[in-house]
Design a protein around this ligand. Structure first.
Ligand SMILES: Cc1cc2nc3c(=O)[nH]c(=O)nc-3n(C[C@H](O)[C@H](O)[C@H](O)COP(=O)(O)O)c2cc1C
Ligand SMILES: CCCCCCC(=O)C(=O)O
Length: 369
């Protein structure tokens, strides 16, 4: 029998692939359309190379940083992913508990299967953000939801802006992806507590087909004291607009390549967005997600301008493996890989992970010719 000891994030992925039902695995794992963007997300990281500095005593590197003024132990955070009850019976309680243990941000999805009060208890003194989908809700419904989020001690709202309609997802279509009957959505979306696929994915019924505009961001900022992070930014044009409209941070993401296919890889998007923000002199915090699987990926994203990375699928793989303990293992494995990468590359702290530490392979090869 093959040695199944868990030593890398890929081992968690293999475990989840082997153990989850086909329909749940299809939902978690599949990219949109031909899956080009999802593949690019990981591939892109291989195209950037690290130029390590030596003879620079690093000692014990300090991985801590701050996000929106709150201290985290490392620049690796838990991104919002829907319905954790499909991966493990502990659901979002396991995930929130693990993020608390690792002293990092847990961003709870709007489509979670655990009531917010239970999630809050599992992570009472941790840093919790809430991810919001508009999904055709009225202003009254949204205000009500945001008050609940505020009252439960969430410290930021990540407004996801990149799914005006549900993308083409062949596996979910084939499997009529549905929420298992023992689960419920914690936030009733459009009056619905569940979703059932009859001719295709049950999730596609949630989107209204109408994109929200920048006036929605203006409105959201006007009705809450919480900082708003705009998640799903792919271009410098939109990053600049988000900042102009008062976003507290920009979250570069192609949604893990799950909806619109043929978008560039997330690290390429980050570089493009950073160039645009630099041109206008913006120093807004920028986060990124999509395809982060190794500590060196985190190092690369930080060197290219991200303040922190968020992980999506690896958290669900960890949850599937062993609930809270599994997610904690995923986070600590990435932390350890980043720590080693920092020592090997000559970085004492996150400020040392700066521009020039990482180059695109084409740039490097050309400059050496
Ligand atoms: C199963 C699954 C469910 C997701 N659900 C949400 C969600 O509810 N809200 C959201 O903003 N993003 C959601 N995402 C996207 C993630 O927040 C993130 O952008 C993406 O997973 C990052 O890529 P990675 O999985 O390669 O780390 C989901 C991703 C996955 C894999
Ligand atoms: C916007 C309607 C459903 C989204 C479901 C969660 C999500 O973002 C994803 O699966 O991707």
């Amino acid at each position: 029998m093959a040695n199944t000891r868990i030593v890398s994030l890929k081992d968690f992925e293999d475990y989840a692939a082997r153990t989850l039902p086909v329909s749940e695995w299809g939902y978690i794992n599949t990219g949109g359309g031909a899956g080009v963007t999802q593949l690019r997300n990981e591939k892109c990281f291989r195209e950037y190379l690290i130029r390590p500095r030596v003879m620079y005593p690093v000692g014990i590197p300090d991985l801590s940083t701050s996000l929106l003024g709150q201290q985290v132990s490392m620049p690796i955070c838990v991104g919002p992913t829907a319905s954790h009850g499909i991966a493990h019976e502990s659901g979002e309680i396991g995930t929130a508990g693990a993020a608390y243990k690792s002293k990092t941000v847990y961003c709870m999805s709007n489509m979670s299967t655990t009531p917010i009060q239970d999630v809050s208890k599992a992570n009472a003194s941790g840093i919790r953000w809430f991810q919001l989908y508009q999904l055709g809700a009225t202003q009254t419904e949204l205000i009500k939801r945001i008050r609940v989020v505020e009252d439960h001690g969430y410290t930021a709202i990540a407004l996801t802006v990149d799914v005006p309609v549900y993308g083409i997802r062949y596996a979910d279509e084939r499997n009529n992806f549905s929420l298992p009957s023992h689960l419920e959505l914690a936030f009733h979306v459009g009056g619905k507590t569940t979703f059932k696929g009859e001719k295709g994915s049950g999730l596609s019924g949630f989107t209204t087909g109408g994109s929200i505009g920048w006036d929605f961001l203006d409105w959201l900022i006007s009705i809450t004291r919480l900082p708003i992070v705009v998640k799903g930014i792919c271009t410098p044009e939109d990053a600049i607009l988000a900042v102009k409209h008062g976003a507290s941070a920009v979250w570069v993401s192609n949604h893990g390549g799950r909806h619109l296919d043929a978008v560039p890889g997330s690290l390429d998007l980050l570089c493009d967005v950073m160039r645009g923000l630099e041109r206008v002199g913006s120093r807004v915090e920028v986060y990124m997600d999509g395809g982060v699987r190794y500590g060196t990926d985190v190092l690369k994203a930080l060197a290219l301008g991200a303040r922190a990375v968020f992980i999506g699928q690896p958290v669900i793989w960890g949850l599937c493996y062993k609930g809270e303990e599994g997610v904690h293992m995923v986070l600590e494995l990435l932390r350890e890989e980043l720590r080693l990468a920092m020592i090997l590359a000559g970085c004492k702290n996150v400020h040392d992970i700066a521009k020039g530490l990482v180059v695109h392979k084409s740039e490097y090869l050309n400059s050496k010719l």
